[in-house]
Write a protein that binds this ligand. Structure first.
Ligand code: SF4
Ligand code: MG
Length: 319
């Protein structure tokens, strides 16, 4: 099968200070990301805050203009589209936010919030749009009675259901979900994740899931990409990544989460030092100042993301 989305060499540099010697320079928020997503998959990007995962998601949707790179969606390079062409593509790609409250207009009823995208894209007659909205609210587990209320009248979990309904109303192919359950209580998180999984089957959706939470990522993903300082350092099928991580950073991240299998005992790996500034990244492998396995070559030569086994990509000089 052809990929639904292929990201190649994506870079986003923001102008900023804090470069070498305090000079003006660039914050290398996303620094050469490659990522392929096939139809029907859930691929997660996981990493600490500031690693560039949200910026990657927003560049893919061109909510932020990428500095460099290709974003092929169904084979079409989104970076080459003009605003009018982009508007057409937006129907196929929708974002679910971490905090739906901030993204739901407080002065609009839920009905209007769900009608807006249909009206903007000129879909259906007024009667058809009304019907679609009434169907969609039930699909996400709320009722028609909820449609005439305002966002503040809902709980966090219900608001996220509304955010999902709004993303889904245009029947997109790809949903980019940026920390969609991070603001919710753990009990509610599972409900929303299960809803996302049910919807994926029902509507043949493809997900790019962005999260710092390794337990959530494990629950939802088919494949996982680990990001560190604007780069993807490891990509693998979920079980491979969780059970046999190869990159020292992935190993350290995973050593901090509880394991479901008690026979598999891990040593907690504590990383030295703080996350370096993306305005002034270390030379060579950007992870080298914190890496427990750092070798001489790591300080000068940047490793490339390479396939170590079928489907398992790692960016590291270790054999
Ligand atoms: Fe560590 Fe070197 Fe691998 Fe970077 S390339 S992760 S510093 S061993
Ligand atoms: Mg973020």
């Amino acid at each position: 099968t052809e990929p639904l989305l292929e990201v190649k060499g994506l870079r986003k540099l923001f102008p900023g200070t804090g470069g070498p010697l305090g000079k003006k320079g660039f914050v290398r928020a996303v620094d050469g990301v490659d990522l392929t997503i096939y139809p029907g998959e859930t691929v997660s990007i996981v990493g600490e805050s500031g690693c560039g995962k949200s910026t990657t998601g927003r560049c893919i949707l061109r909510l932020i203009e990428p500095t460099e790179g290709e974003i092929l969606f169904q084979g079409k390079d989104l970076t080459k589209l003009n605003q009018a062409e982009l508007r057409g593509m937006r129907r196929d790609m929708q974002l679910v936010f971490q905090d739906p409250f901030a993204s739901l207009n407080p002065r609009k009823t839920i009905r209007q919030i769900l009608l807006d995208p249909l009206q903007i894209h000129g879909i259906g007659t007024a009667a058809e749009r009304r019907k679609q909205v009434e169907e969609m609210i039930e699909i996400v587990g709320l009722t028609k009675q909820h449609l005439d209320r305002y966002p503040h009248e809902f709980s966090g979990g219900q608001r996220q259901r509304i955010g999902i309904a709004r993303a889904l109303i245009l029947r997109p192919k790809l949903i980019i979900a940026d920390e969609p359950v991070s603001a919710l209580d753990v009990s509610i998180q599972a409900q929303v994740l299960n809803l996302l999984q049910d919807l994926q089957k029902e509507f043949q959706l493809t997900y790019l899931f962005i999260s710092h939470d390794l337990s959530v990522v494990r629950h939802i993903s088919d494949r996982v990409a680990v990001m560190y300082l604007g780069k993807v350092v490891e990509v693998a099928e979920k079980n491979k990544l969780y059970e046999a991580p190869q990159h020292p950073y992935t190993k350290a991240l995973l050593s901090a989460v509880p394991v479901p299998n008690p026979d598999y005992r891990k040593q907690r790996i504590i990383l030295e030092g703080d996350l370096p500034s993306p305005a002034n990244p270390p030379t060579g492998c950007t992870f080298h100042p914190r890496c427990p396995s750092c070798m001489d070559i790591c300080q000068t030569a940047a490793p490339r993301l390479q396939e170590k086994e079928a489907g398992h990509l790692v960016s590291c000089h270790l054999e």
